[in-house]
Ligand binder design. Structure first.
Ligand code: ATP
Length: 597
């Protein structure tokens, strides 16, 4: 077990099939996990609730892009140059560490990445920080930049480098021109994606929290920044703790509980779209089982903000004894689309139709090439282009030259660092009146980017319970029924006298209803309950002698009924078998409470 993990949870996760380190038979490689049967089902259910909330309920489109993309994509996105972490290598044992994490773990500095490599190096020296593995001093060791992308070659040879995507977002941005067509060029529209992302983390740690292959669920919402506004009323009453940049800089600063509406009205969350998604995300995290007392939104500090990002907040949960980022919410302006517009041959703008056509003046030039040719030789074409650019940027230069009382005014353009003077009369300068029905704009992007693995770890940690039943200790996972890997455990009281067959029929009926069922006939009934409690199964059904009409007395239950037991309270009710599928489905979907039975 590595630093920061919860021992009970890690042990339970492996023993009960939630997750385990991959390829253990070969020693395992840190940062890679295999989800076992319970974990895979839980992950699927979490992703499906995300899909329901962020795609279906919001009316967005989901896509599924490749996980390997060619180099130019990451040149444009900036990942090739800038997707680096700070690395410091131990001079003795040779182990590499994230320099900012060494600082954060051993001093009061938080978000050390924002301080920059030089300052982090100074802090390591000032505090005489040591290698977390062997204890050798790290002062004076170089702090290097390390690019986190995994590189590969596409096809044989090395002429076509590719990278495993470090985020799912680029798969959306790069296809924007086509996606805009699918959205009939109407803003705002949102595109979602759930899928694997890869980062060659320097020191993976804290179980699923920092891994090298993980799942992201991202929404890229494309908006017209001048016109589009969210319908805040849908989430305005949602309450969440907000930990502002100001509070973080104050020694006594704390997170404050506010409604989404209050956070916007106070100007704390500057962008209403970001506020809207903070509201949506709060509801979603609560729905999947995150404890709202161990959850907050943290505003980015000035030094953390990307230069293009106006307002950024992280969702954080308290796990592994610390606050951990589980999602990022960023107003990304037109940064991503402008980059792909610049680097690719495609047009990443959208045509925005005006309500009424407008008439505008458009300066144009039509240079006399029979003059420019002899006058400027090989540079004539470039001079003509430069005149056109000048007409757009500074039409008054032409007007002033034409108004020159001497009558032979010139305009000056630069080509390859050399100035050229052209008589205005030879430029064909004119101002036309044109009627325009709209303009091309680069949409802005609002991005809620959620990590599924950190959400799943948080849910397991926050739902983990220990109590005592009839003098016996038990551990259980209080998972919401909607995300629990298994909805119902079905047990025959004993596997004899036809009880086993009847219980198998019950299990088959429930599966037909679309419920996830675990059938278990081994060991004492109490042990079977405990097994299901440990993996968070919310309901168990027991088939007994009453079910098959052979109860010894009436107190044991009416013929044709079964016992349904609720995990959290361990309360039991008897229900007729034929009502079981619909009842359990309603309980899973939250349409019915167990207490109402
Ligand atoms: P960190 O600062 O913790 O490395 P980040 O700010 O780089 O995270 P983002 O790029 O904002 O993370 O990614 C969005 C989400 O993806 C994160 O909030 C997190 O839930 C998830 N994520 C990012 N890196 C990892 C990782 N190495 N392992 C697991 N989840 C991750």
């Amino acid at each position: 077990m590595s630093e920061g993990e919860s021992p009970d949870l890690t042990e339970l996760a492996k023993r009960r099939g939630f997750f385990l380190q991959s390829a253990g038979a070969y020693g395992g490689v840190s940062g890679f996990y295999t989800f076992g049967p319970q974990g895979a089902a839980l992950k699927d259910n979490i992703e499906n609730t995300w899909r329901d909330r962020f795609t279906v309920q919001e009316g967005n489109m989901e896509i599924d892009a490749p996980t390997i993309m060619p180099e130019p994509v990451f040149e444009a996105s900036g990942h090739l140059d800038g997707f680096d972490d700070m690395i410091v290598e131990c001079p003795d044992c040779g182990e590499s560490h994230r320099a900012d994490h060494v600082v954060e773990d051993n001093t009061d500095y938080e978000e050390a990445e924002a301080l920059g490599a030089e300052r982090v190096g100074e802090i390591i020296a000032e505090y005489e920080l040591v290698c977390p593995v062997c204890g050798t001093g790290l002062a004076g060791q170089a702090i290097e930049e390390f690019n986190l992308m995994f590189e590969t070659n596409i096809g044989p040879g090395s002429s076509s480098p590719g990278y495993l995507r470090p985020e799912t977002a680029q798969g959306i941005f790069v296809e924007f021109p086509q996606l805009a067509e699918y959205a009939r060029n109407q803003l705002p529209f949102g595109v979602t994606q759930v899928g694997r992302a890869y980062r060659n983390e320097i020191s993976p740690r804290k179980s699923l929290v920092r891994v090298r292959e993980f799942t992201q669920a991202e929404l890229e919402l494309f908006i017209d920044p001048e016109e589009d506004e969210p319908d805040l009323s849908a989430v305005e009453d949602v309450v969440a703790p907000f930990y502002s940049a100001e509070a973080q800089e104050d020694d006594d600063g704390e997170a404050r509980e506010l409604t989404i509406r209050e956070a916007v009205d106070e100007g704390l969350v500057a962008d209403p779209w970001i506020a809207y998604y903070l509201g949506v995300a709060t509801e979603w995290y609560e729905r999947i089982g995150v404890d709202m007392d161990r959850f907050r939104f943290r505003q980015h500090l000035g030094g953390e903000l990307a230069h293009y990002a106006a307002d950024c907040w992280d969702a954080e949960s308290y796990i592994t004894g610390d606050w951990v980022e589980i999602a990022g919410f960023a107003y990304r302006s037109d940064y991503d689309l402008s980059k792909h517009d610049e680097y690719s041959d495609e047009d990443y703008t959208i045509f925005k139709q005006y309500d009424e056509p407008v008439t505008v003046e458009r300066p144009t030039v039509d240079p006399d090439m029979s003059y420019l040719g002899p006058e400027f030789g090989g540079a004539a074409g470039d001079v003509a282009d430069a005149l056109e650019t000048l007409a757009e940027s500074d039409p008054d230069a032409f007007r002033d030259a034409a108004d020159d009382p001497e009558g032979d005014g010139t305009v000056t353009v630069e080509v390859d660092g050399e100035s050229h003077e052209v008589p205005v009369g030879q430029t064909g300068f004119a101002v036309e009146e044109v009627t325009e029905s709209g303009e091309h704009i680069l949409p802005h992007v609002v991005e809620p980017s959620l990590g599924i693995d950190r959400a799943l770890y948080t849910v397991l940690d926050h739902c983990y319970r220990e109590d005592e039943i009839d003098g016996e200790e038990r551990t259980f996972l209080e998972l919401p029924a909607e995300v629990a890997p298994t909805t119902v455990g079905v047990f025959p009281l004993m596997d004899r006298d036809g009880l086993g067959e009847r219980a198998r029929e019950v299990a088959a009926d429930l599966r037909e209803q679309g419920l996830s069922v675990a059938y278990d006939d081994s060991g004492a009934i109490g042990r079977r309950y405990r097994r299901q409690d440990e993996v968070g199964t919310p309901f168990c059904v027991t088939v007994d002698y009453a079910t098959v009409g052979e109860a010894r007395d009436e107190d044991e239950g009416e013929p044709g009924t079964v016992t349904v037991r609720e995990r959290d309270t361990t309360a039991q009710r008897r229900l007729p078998i034929e009502e079981l599928p619909e009842t359990l489905e309603a309980l899973r979907d939250g349409d019915l409470e167990f207490a109402e039975l």
